[in-house]
Design a protein around this ligand. Sequence first.
Ligand SMILES: NC(=O)c1ccc[n+]([C@@H]2O[C@H](COP(=O)([O-])OP(=O)(O)OC[C@H]3O[C@@H](n4cnc5c(N)ncnc54)[C@H](OP(=O)(O)O)[C@@H]3O)[C@@H](O)[C@H]2O)c1
Length: 433
Amino acid sequence: MKQIYTEILINAPPAAIWRVLTDFKNYPSWNPYEILMEGDIEEGKSFRGIVQFPEAWKTRHRCRTLRLLPEKEWIYQSHYLNIPGIMDGEYILQLEEEGPNRTRFIQKQNIQGLLVPLVWKWWSGDLISIGLGMMNHALKSVVEGGETLDKERGVVMRFGDQDKAALERLRGSWALVTGASSGIGREYAVQLVAAGINVILLARRVELLEELAAQLRENDEIEVKVMAHDLADPSVGEHLRRALHAEGIRIRVLCNIAGSDTWGYFEDTPLHVYRSMIEVQIWSLIEFTYLFREDLESHLTSAVINVSSLAAVQPVPYITVYAAIKAFVLEFSQSLYGEWLRRGILVQTVLAGPTETGMAAFPRLKKYGIFEKFMLPAEVVKISLGHLSRRMPIVTPGPRPFLHWLFATVFPARVVILTLGHRFRPGQRSDGT
Ligand SMILES: NC(=O)c1ccc[n+]([C@@H]2O[C@H](COP(=O)([O-])OP(=O)(O)OC[C@H]3O[C@@H](n4cnc5c(N)ncnc54)[C@H](OP(=O)(O)O)[C@@H]3O)[C@@H](O)[C@H]2O)c1
């Protein structure tokens, strides 16, 4: 059985919170997680609901109230697909009065069933606890504000609030972002600065870095440094560390984002391109993580963010070297997570799916309709940074990584490889093969 626990302190008496919780018809206007509830809230009676997993899919469930103690406790249960044994959830909502106008609101979920061991790592635990967290924050703002928020604006604000809370501890410290000149890396720099974190921008295209730095410096509480380097150069890591230490800067958030890809027949890409991809995305990632370890350890909590890819979850012909590199990043980062978590250093792997950026292959993948939906860099980064406080090893923006992993796990390797090969095949070569 898996358990999820969330809580929030609300500046209101239990009666005020209970009124909002039991008013099903108003759920769509404030609740970003349980977006719809219909039916009776009475012991032994059933009701229906729709759960919206954050940035992912919706699911319907039929629930039954097991216990109802007004203004104190509400326990209900549901079965996935309404069939007991697949994934059964027991939902426990409790209100503990802490003072005349202060209540601890607790939401727990006990989840068991056949599917649970299979899906837990990739989907449920993470998405459910984020969803419950969002609901808690929404409930607090509705109860304390005494008003019903505009749904769309409310959801965005609440998610933003949660991100901010996660980053608050890092305000005033330094982050190093590789690959900051465009795409996902650029967006990390923007969102870190918005959270009050100083940034060092690293990439080769100095004019893009300077342009971004000028924009970020409009926030005068923030310091921004530009370091234009080629990460394929093996001397960069040590040089950078010395230069930063000379200025008394100790990195607290290391974002290893830089990367590039190729798409096509393995032998059609020059060997030196593969070497450079490995130097940037494997070697420099290891090197930076190694060299900045003491910086990271000098803080009570700190983080390394490594961007992997959906391509890491299974083999992908025609982006063969790229997929293998990203699989390395995934394995390396998870193992290091296990070593460093106890020291206060979170190693977070972001399993990004198709994202609108300047990556070489992706516009072509889009053109050939290989992926239907591309995320925006801002969405990917928001989810990654919003997860820092949860200290999870893997962040999966959207449900795709789970579905790919399920496909790769359930089907034989030959089927998986040939299916992906079919989708990614660039077309016939001139020799007809
Ligand atoms: N876009 C997607 O769909 C997707 C999906 C999953 C994972 N990812 C990963 O996300 C990361 C960022 O990619 P992106 O999509 O944001 O693409 P992007 O817009 O092309 O950004 C790549 C960044 O890496 C930097 N970079 C590349 N080679 C470098 C080198 N030798 N030295 C220093 N910097 C270098 C580039 O800067 P300069 O060119 O200025 O040096 C640029 O800032 C990559 O690791 C990629 O594998 C992307």
